[in-house]
Design a protein around this ligand. Structure first.
Ligand code: PGA
Length: 255
């Protein structure tokens, strides 16, 4: 049985006090043994958010990392530093990193391996652009991003790796994928994981959907058999909407 993950990607938002207030409000979420909540604030607020979440079941994550453990990499933060700060998750290869910060499939792979080696759970993001979808390249893009992102990665399972399908055209646009579009790609991602790691492990790995998830569409998306949670941007910046998405996950699991 897979655990669902509902992770908030705060992107470059909040102040210290907003981060603390948001995390404290989400810390009140009821515990559910099969739903893991996680918050990924900007680096500078990780410690503050971690403090607000102490003694709760809500985990802290980061939005990016650098693959070298330390050294002359001005402005970067290593995976080992994130682990040291109490992070459990790190988002790797988000489409904004790929397009705005020139991350390649190769750097995504290096970062993912660094995260794993530090005991962090990478949330590997994959997804096609609108142009690629219209050219019927969705599966080819997903296959390339999955295979290169996981190149040389062995020994992972549902406790150590999370994948997020984030169609680029759905991110921040208010235009989420339909549940059928999401399920189709999630099933494909599961089949790729099966080829790489075998059926039992593929079944154990949570594949999250990201891209305009809201309290209104969460039940429909999360009800799909291969959708195991959400990577939530805009709707994670309000405690009320994030908690309603978490509740949607609880409801889906109890039906
Ligand atoms: P969104 O962002 O929910 O605002 O579309 C999702 C993401 O980028 O992870």
């Amino acid at each position: 049985m897979r655990t669902m993950v509902i992770a908030g990607n705060w992107k470059m938002n909040t102040t210290t006090s907003e981060a603390a207030a948001l995390a404290s409000a989400i810390a009140e979420a009821p515990r559910h043994e099969r739903v893991q909540l996680a918050l990924c604030p900007p680096f500078v607020y990780i410690d503050r958010v971690r403090q607000a979440l102490e003694q709760t079941a809500v985990a802290v994550g980061a939005q990016n990392c650098w693959h070298e453990p330390k050294g002359a990499f001005t402005g970067e933060v290593s995976a080992s530093m994130l682990a040291d700060m109490g992070c459990r998750y790190v988002i790797i290869g988000h489409s904004e990193r790929r397009t705005l910060f020139a991350e390649t499939d190769d750097t995504v792979n290096l970062k993912l391996r660094a995260a794993l080696s530090c005991g962090l759970i990478p949330i590997l993001c994959v997804g096609e652009t609108l142009h690629e979808r219209e050219q019927n390249e969705t599966f080819a893009v997903i296959q390339r991003q999955m295979q290169s992102g996981l190149q040389g990665v062995e020994g992972v399972n549902g406790s150590t790796l999370v994948v997020a399908y984030e169609p680029v055209w759905a991110i921040g646009t208010g235009r989420a994928a339909t549940s059928a579009q999401a399920q189709e790609v999630h099933a494909y991602i599961r089949s790729l994981l099966e080829t790489l790691y075998g059926s039992a492990i593929a079944q154990s790995i949570a594949v999250l959907y990201g891209g305009s998830v809201t309290p209104d569409n969460a039940v429909e998306l999360l009800s799909q058999s291969d959708v195991d949670g959400g990577l939530v941007g805009g709707a994670s910046l309000k405690a009320e909407s994030f908690l309603r998405i978490a509740e949607a996950a609880y409801n889906v699991l109890s039906t």
